[in-house]
Design a protein around this ligand. Structure first.
Ligand code: ATP
Length: 260
């Protein structure tokens, strides 16, 4: 039997009195394109941080590619790709320099070939030697995506994958992400954009106030179906959804706490 890419049982995380994650039990099969969908502050980042060994849960267990991220955080970080939300390459480095740095950390001896390949796939070949300070947000996001995939990990976590990308590049990146999963790899995305989840993911889990409210295959759903499901599922969702299409239908903050 194939081992799931991710398996959690009862994961719980408190920040003081605030329950950021409550008893999360979830399985993501190998080869899936899974999306964790939830309003601001619902616990998406906390989940990714625990699964990638950056944060310890207060209760529960997790297995990521068969590794326990709590007991072996470094081992997990070595094998997966991670792209947190709102991270940029250092402003004083060029994309080539930044990606070589990643290549050093990950001990890749063919990094120059890998850089060319990913720059071509994500369309930043022309800016490989421009310092990041002179790149647009979308250009920097593509460099960060390149750095996430450059070691060909079999599992990647991305927080808000399409932010800052124009619609043409969104389509390009979606194609790359689907191709990556079609090759048997697994992608775990988090987003608060309902249409990103509907369009990109095979299955979504809806998180609200730290609680997993349900998981749903997206094949039979279009954006509006998923939006209605989301609205019914999330507490106060009937009032809380606003159409904010710059790359998605955005879920507005709920009462779960301040934005992270
Ligand atoms: N280090 C921390 N200390 C205290 N509270 C935190 C910390 N990190 C997150 N929180 C709180 O935990 C809750 C969940 O936060 P988390 O960042 O996981 O949500 P999120 O779904 O990723 O939100 P967003 O979509 O805004 O990024 C929020 O109420 C947040 O304010």
């Amino acid at each position: 039997m194939t081992v799931p890419a991710i398996e959690t049982d009862g994961l719980t995380k408190q920040y003081g009195d605030l329950t950021a994650l409550a008893d999360l039990s979830l399985t993501v099969e190998s080869g899936a394109l899974f999306g964790l969908l939830g309003p601001n502050g619902s616990g998406k980042t906390t989940t990714i941080e625990i699964l990638t060994g950056q944060r310890k849960p207060d209760a529960g267990t997790a297995s990521v590619l068969g590794i326990d991220p709590v007991a072996n955080p470094r081992e997990v970080r070595e094998v997966v790709g991670i792209l947190p939300e709102r991270e940029d390459p250092p402003s004083f480095l060029t994309p080539r320099e930044y990606l070589r740095f990643i290549g050093d950390v990950r001990e890749l001896d063919d990094i120059d070939d890998r850089i060319e390949r990913w720059a071509d796939r994500l369309e930043f070949s022309e800016t490989l030697d421009t310092v990041a300070a002179d790149l647009s947000e979308g250009q920097r996001q593509r460099v960060m995506l390149g750095g996430t995939f450059v070691h060909d990990p079999e599992l990647v976590f991305i927080d808000e994958p399409l932010v800052n990308l124009d619609p043409i590049l969104q389509e390009r990146v979606k194609r790359e992400l689907r191709a990556y999963c079609n090759n048997g790899n697994t992608l775990f995305l988090s987003t608060h954009f309902v249409d990103v989840a509907a369009d990109l993911c095979d299955r979504v889990g809806i998180l609200d106030g730290g609680h997993l409210k349900g998981t749903q295959e997206t094949a039979e759903f279009d954006d509006d179906d998923l939006l209605s499901y989301f609205m019914k599922t999330v507490e106060g969702g009937d009032m809380a959804i606003a159409a904010g299409r710059s790359g998605g239908v955005a879920a507005e903050p709920n009462e779960g706490g301040p934005d992270s």
